[in-house]
Write a protein that binds this ligand. Sequence first.
Ligand code: ADP
Ligand code: MG
Length: 323
Amino acid sequence: MPRRTRIGFLLLAVTLLAIVSGLRRGATDETQTFRWPVMGTIAQVTVRNRSLSQTDLPALQRVYTRLDERLSAWNPDSELCRLAAAHCTNWLVAASPEVRPCYAAALRLARESGNAFNPRVGARLRELGVSGGGAYSDFDLGAIAKGFAVDVLAETITRRSAGAPPALLLDLGGNLRVVGDGVWRTGVRNPFDKAGPLVGVIALTNGESIATSGNYERFIEQDGVRLSHILDGRTGAPTRGIAAVTVVTPPEYGAVLADGLSTTLFVLGPKDGAAFLARHYPRALALWIPDTPAAPRVILTKEMARRLQHVVWPSETRTQTER
Ligand code: ADP
Ligand code: MG
């Protein structure tokens, strides 16, 4: 990944974290945060009431490292890259059992979205020189692997604590999932003014996830023109028109779908995206921020409009989708 984009991306991850911890409920609640770099981004585990000790950490870190060894498009020795180099066609059979659900979710989203979401954009990403994907593999899981990894870590923690996990919040590069009891207030940023007021706040509870796909942290610059790192998987062209998409999913969808859907809805836009959700993922909530910095607007699904709190943007800048 080019240095410029990598730095931008790390900054994004770090600022997201600041928001979450800044908004944490009850200043008396003792929270502790563990943070480390992995999968080209920053991983963060925030625990309440010392429910996790430093000694638990290496086992949790190994989960992400192991998944990265399987799913990275950046490491030529990863399982993904080795399969791609061997001209794999049947990923679902070839991939090791632990990561098959990640491939399954990606292929399913591709089918359902008519390839708007398309893991086969890897070659095109490389051709365009996009930072995010396809360095060594034509098959790219960059839009979904981090969310998947968050789900695997959530399961691991739940299993290790015999089904009664401590209250914590997982964050992997902007893909968040709540584990255990507790309410976590997460902020949705204004993509045009990261330091400014939030677009709103969403309170998440056990098993819920939130993910954001943005155009402002990772992008390609070609002849001074900024191109999105999210392509329309149907045409291979960089997307236009959307600055950010945020998706909230219930426990049964998981962080994997919050991640995958945020990319899918980025490509589809609010009109087709809301129809897509109503048809395939009716329990997911979404909001879109069109790429119009001079006149910022937010477009929300009905359920997202009900969940989003402390909205400071004036009401005339908010639109609800029809579905
Ligand atoms: P980020 O990784 O920047 O947080 P996303 O989850 O939206 O954001 O994933 C973007 C990444 O997904 C790109 O960097 C690229 O690797 C990959 N990608 C780009 N376009 C598509 C697409 N249409 N379908 C699937 N993956 C895509
Ligand atoms: Mg995504």
